[in-house]
Each structure stands twice: as C-alpha cells, then as structure tokens.
Design a protein around this ligand. Structure first.
Ligand SMILES: [Zn+2]
Length: 275
C-alpha cells in the first residue's frame, strides 16, 4: 500500500536513472492501465525526462522541454522500477518506457486486477488532474491543519486519509500518525484543542519523515510500522496490546491506553448492521 513515504522512496530511486537517456519507445501499456489517449504515448519518444517528482501519492515525470507530464498512480499493488540495460524484466508489464541505452522503466501490478494508472498529460491537463488534491501532508503546519480540520466535521482517521483534505496519507500512516499524536482515530476534527492540533501536525511530519528515511533505505513493513497491522502486539510506548476496529471499509489499529483513554472502540461496521 504505497503512501507518501513509499512513493517518495520510489521517486528518489528513479530520479537519476530516468533522465540519463532520451526515451526510445513508450509503451506498450495495458488497456486498463493507460488512462489517457491524447497526447498519445508515442509523443514521448525522442524526448528526455527531467527527473521524477511527486504530488501526494502520485509520481510525476515531466519531459525536459516542459511539454508533457507522465503521471503514475500505483494504487494498492503497483510497483514501478528501473531496469538497467540487460537486466531481466517482467514479460508483460502493465506499462513500459524504454530508454536509449537499453534501460527500462517498468510498471507491474500484483494480482489480476489492474488498478494502477498511467496518464500522459499536457501541463494544463496535469493541473486539472491534480487540482482536487489538498496540500502536501509533509510540511503541513499547525495553522493550515487547523483550517482543514475546522472545515470538515468528521472522524480524524478518515479525514487524514482524504486526499482532498491532505495529500499523501493512507490508512497505514494514519494509524502511525494518530498513535504518535496520542489521539483517538474516532476523535471529531472540529473538537480538537489547539494543543491537540499542534501535536497532530508535529506527528504528521515526524512520522512521514521517519517513513521516508526507512523506506529510502529499503526497510520492509515489519521494520517500518509500529502500530499498523500489529494487532495484539505490545504498544511501543506503553506495552498495552494494540487493538483493531473496523470503520467503513477500513481496519484501524490503535493503542487503547495511549489514544482512547483505555476505551476499546466499537466496530462501526458491525454496529451499523445490527441497528
Ligand atoms: Zn500505548
């Protein structure tokens, strides 16, 4: 489940190699993966990429001439990597860019569902595609975060995951951030004190920075997550077993001692069915 730290690590790994040579061949792309037809993929051929950038969970590869932007969203199971000349790659990647010199940028996706996407956009089209995104989560200040929270009265965990409110955080890092902030995933956004908002902003930045640092060094989930997917394991702060609650279509992990004053949260999905 790549979120901001994971996508940032991919960006770091690709930034140098993708600009080493001009593109020789763009495609093929799986019909479900390529989301745009105009400009055509072939318009990339002969051009050089300026490097790799990121906006929220999306990767952006702008051409050196500034005329085109290749956007990639990995969704839940996509993997984007650079293969050096001669390095063995997948037989049928979801998308491929071949560079002069023989290197390749390949997108693969585990499982049969093709959900990852590739878009080839003009700068104007890219602005439109990205316009709905909230500010970058990394670097958010308490003042701006307070405005975002005040604008939308809802539970904290879903708000943090909402890309329109704040870009880059998904369910795993919401769990990590809320634990560090010592806030309940069900706390209402409009009922936080100024001090709690300060703590939340600090936790967003601290946790995403920790995630980037680990992911850039190749750390797997077990070394990266302290709360997410850690049901019944001791909380790293207090030793209380980590608990889990289902909310909407998501499973939330939290420490009942650090985050909810000892209260065990009720499963909202189940209680809705019983109502
Ligand atoms: Zn705890």
């Amino acid at each position: 489940m790549p979120e901001l730290p994971e996508v940032e690590a991919v960006r770091c790994a690709l930034d140098e190699p993708v600009r080493a040579f001009p593109i020789e061949r763009a495609g093929p792309a799986h019909v479900a993966t390529l989301k745009t037809i105009d400009p055509p993929l072939r318009a990339l051929e002969g051009r050089r990429l300026a490097g790799a950038a990121r906006r929220g969970k999306r990767l952006l590869f702008e051409t050196e001439d500034g005329e085109l932007i290749l956007m990639v969203h990995l969704m839940s199971a996509g993997r984007l990597r650079y293969l050096r000349a001669g390095e063995k790659g997948p037989k049928q990647p979801a998308f491929r860019l071949r560079f002069q010199g023989g290197g390749e940028l390949v997108l693969t996706e585990a499982g049969s569902k093709k959900r990852a996407g590739v878009w080839l956009l003009t700068p104007e089209q890219a602005d439109e595609e990205l316009a709905h995104l909230g500010p970058e989560a990394l670097g958010i200040g308490a003042g701006r975060l307070a405005e975002i929270l005040a604008a939308d009265s809802r539970r904290l965990h879903p708000l943090l995951r909402d890309q329109r409110a704040l870009a880059g955080i998904g369910r795993a890092w919401s769990n990590e951030i809320l634990h560090t902030a010592r806030l309940s995933p069900f706390a209402l956004t409009t009922q936080l004190s100024a001090e709690e908002i300060e703590r939340l902003a600090a936790a967003v930045n601290e946790e995403l920075a920790r995630g980037i640092d680990l992911r850039v060094r190749g750390a797997g989930d077990a070394r990266t997550y302290r709360i997410h997917n850690r049901l019944a394991q001791p909380c790293p702060s207090c030793g209380t077993p980590i608990a889990r609650v289902d909310y909407e279509e998501h499973t939330i992990y939290y420490c009942p001692d650090c985050q909810t004053g000892g209260r065990v949260l009720k499963d909202r999905r189940l209680s809705r069915l019983l109502r």
